[in-house]
Design a protein around this ligand. Structure first.
Ligand code: HEC
Length: 97
C-alpha cells in the first residue's frame, strides 16, 4: 500500500470515528437535558436576547452551576455532553475553548 493511500485512509477512519462520537455526545446530552433540566426553565431561555452567556466556556460554567444546583451528581463527561447539545442546538459558539 503506498503512503499517500494509507494517510488518506487513516484520515477517513479518524474523521468517521470522530464525527460518530460527536453526534453521540450531542444526542446523549439532549436526553440528559430533557430528563433533568426543563424543570425550572424552558428551551426559550437559551435563545433570549439578554442572555449573559457569551462564549462556550461561560456556557459550560452555567451548565456546571445548574447541574450542582440540581444535585444531579453528573460525571464531567455528562456535563460536557449537555454543553455540546446546548451549543449545537441553541448557542452555536466556536468550541475553541
Ligand atoms: C433548580 C432550578 C434549575 C434547574 C433544575 C436547572 N436550571 Fe438552568 N437556570 C436556572 C436559573 C435560575 C437560571 C438563571 C436564569 C436567569 O439568569 O434569569 C438558569 C440559567 C441557565 C442557563 C443560561 C441561560 C441563558 O442563556 O441565559 C443555562 C444554559 C442553563 N440554565 C442550563 C441548565 C442545565 C443544563 C440544567 C440541567 C443540568 C439546568 N439548567 C437545570 C435554574 C435551574
Amino acid at each position: 500500500m503506498n503512503l499517500l493511500y494509507r494517510t488518506l485512509l487513516n484520515f477517513m477512519v479518524f474523521t468517521l470515528l470522530y464525527s460518530t462520537a460527536y453526534a453521540f455526545d450531542s444526542e446523549n446530552g439532549k436526553i440528559l437535558h430533557n430528563d433533568n433540566c426543563v424543570r425550572c426553565h424552558e428551551h426559550s431561555l437559551y435563545t433570549r436576547k439578554e442572555s449573559k452567556i457569551q462564549s462556550y466556556p461561560l456556557l459550560h460554567e452555567r451548565v456546571v452551576q445548574c447541574e450542582l444546583m440540581s444535585e444531579l451528581m453528573w460525571f464531567e463527561e455528562e456535563t460536557d455532553q449537555v454543553t455540546t447539545y446546548l451549543n449545537d442546538s441553541f448557542y452555536h459558539f466556536n468550541q475553541g475553548k
